[in-house]
Design a protein around this ligand. Structure first.
Ligand SMILES: Cc1cc2nc3c(=O)[nH]c(=O)nc-3n(C[C@H](O)[C@H](O)[C@H](O)COP(=O)(O)OP(=O)(O)OC[C@H]3O[C@@H](n4cnc5c(N)ncnc54)[C@H](O)[C@@H]3O)c2cc1C
Length: 424
């Protein structure tokens, strides 16, 4: 069901139903979701597969999204399951909490989700887009957008033009489409850098993700799929002060590995760096709206926060699944129908996005602020939530499949149980 108008007479003009701006993980995922809805999709962006040390933990709702689109089988070969999440208070607070461990079986799931290297995910989504006849992937940049009631237009940096009925803005935190739509943002930064690394280690991770809560922020190991010569692998996200980041980045790999071993109290045994160290300054962003005329924001164009609780891309996939539902059956030639669909999207996304930005902000600041009442409140909350079965399970479910209306692409049931874990 393509609604695109033929523009064959005009050279260098490509017409489509949906233009996705930005080919990061969110943009590529949106292109697949709209193609599956029967839209003719053009996606514009450079395929970037050189992010150092970065992985994404995708929770059950996100896996359902990729399974529903037939994309998970090709990604699964790069992913490792997370069957447990362990939290260890390493703040040195005078209100220490004992380590807490949450198991996916407690909420009837094989795993909370799967952890995959960012570069592998983007490469697989891009390759699947190239193979999909409903998607045209243009590896270029957009240097101008025009949004009005009659249609949306974009100009490519290389000179061509795209005419679309609808624009999905997925160009990340500096989204130009967002600026052109007049959507304002509130941004702030944290005195933290996220250091990221892929590690090989001696001891198995047993498919458990371990989060040490430190004064500089979380230090988190997430299971990675083993490979030949390195059966035990994990990714690390380590939030440190800018000064410590400079010091750690200057260390030779063996000394850095030794510091990581010390920080983790030898949990994974001897450690070796498997990839260059990545460094990402931490900030957050709220937008005044997530919609404009014939346009919606998704992913980091719509929200930004530190990687605590692995929420970023998971939230972005809910943006996309939600937007697809809102536009289902909508005639993109009809501006009023689009406007009504976007009102629904605006309303439905506000709570989920607000909850994640504020929740991550509170948790992060509770580690950064050295104050007894804050330490007490954090320790009390963690002990309280983990001690009571129904609350504990509600907390786990909120992390993997948040409550509220579940978009169609995230409704599928999980597959049958796997017979064995696959670390090695
Ligand atoms: C250290 C770290 C760990 C993380 N871990 C997790 C995790 O475990 N789980 C999770 O869910 N999330 C995680 N996240 C968040 C997740 O990685 C991001 O949400 C996700 O990568 C953002 O994807 P995006 O497509 O929205 O933005 P981006 O990846 O920034 O993609 C935007 C793309 O648009 C392109 N672009 C920009 N301008 C234009 C233009 N004019 N024309 C065309 N293209 C343009 C850019 O070049 C870029 O390729 C983590 C983030 C960090 C920093």
């Amino acid at each position: 069901m393509s609604q695109a108008n033929a523009k064959d007479a005009e050279p260098h003009v490509i017409a489509c139903d949906v233009l996705v701006a930005g080919a990061g993980s969110a943009g590529l995922s949106a292109a697949h979701a709209f193609a599956a809805q029967g839209r003719k999709v053009v996606i514009v962006g450079k395929i970037e597969t050189h992010l150092a040390g970065r992985t994404v933990a995708l929770f059950e709702g996100s896996l359902r999204f990729y399974r529903a689109l037939g994309l998970w089988p090709r990604c699964a070969a790069h992913a490792a399951p997370m069957e447990g999440i362990r939290m260890i208070d390493d703040t040195g607070s005078i209100f220490p909490t004992s380590p807490k461990e949450f198991r996916s079986r407690e909420i009837d799931l094989d795993a909370f989700g799967e952890n995959i290297e960012n570069n592998a995910l983007v490469a697989e989504l891009a390759q699947a887009a190239r193979e999909n006849p409903a998607i045209t992937l243009i590896e270029d940049l957009i240097d101008f957008f025009e949004l009005n009631f009659s249609g949306a237009r974009a100009r490519l940096a290389s000179g061509g033009r795209i005419e679309a009925q609808f624009i999905v803005a997925g160009e990340g935190r500096n989204s130009q489409a967002r600026q052109i739509a007049g959507i304002t943002v509130q941004t702030w930064s944290y005195p933290q850098i996220a250091l990221t690394a892929l590690l090989a280690h001696d001891k198995p991770h047993h498919n458990i993700s371990t989060e040490f809560h430190k004064r500089s922020g979380p230090f988190t190991f997430v299971p990675l799929r083993g490979r030949e010569g390195a059966p035990h692998r994990s990714s690390l996200v380590w939030l440190v002060s800018p000064r410590d980041a400079l010091r750690l980045q200057a260390l030779p790999p063996n000394m850095l590995a030794a510091e990581i071993e010390d920080e983790s109290h030898g949990l994974l045994g001897s450690i070796r760096l498997d990839d260059p160290l990545g460094a990402f300054p931490m900030g957050a962003m709220k937008t005044s709206r997530v919609t404009g005329t014939r346009m919606a924001l998704i992913g980091e164009s719509a929200h930004l926060f530190p990687p605590i609780g692995a929420q970023g891309l998971n939230l972005s996939l809910r943006d996309i699944a939600n937007l697809v539902d809102c536009l289902e059956g909508v005639n993109l030639d009809e501006p009023d129908e689009i406007a009504r669909a976007l009102e629904t999207y605006e309303r439905q996304r506000a709570r989920d996005i607000g909850l994640r930005i504020n929740g991550v902000d509170i948790l992060n600041r509770s580690l950064l602020i050295h104050a007894l009442p804050v330490d007490f409140a954090r320790a009390f909350a963690l002990t309280f939530f983990s001690a009571f079965g129904p609350l504990r399970r509600a907390l786990m479910r909120e992390g993997v499949t948040p409550h509220g209306p579940t978009p169609k692409l995230m409704r599928a049931r999980p597959p049958v149980r796997r017979p064995a874990a696959r670390e090695a």
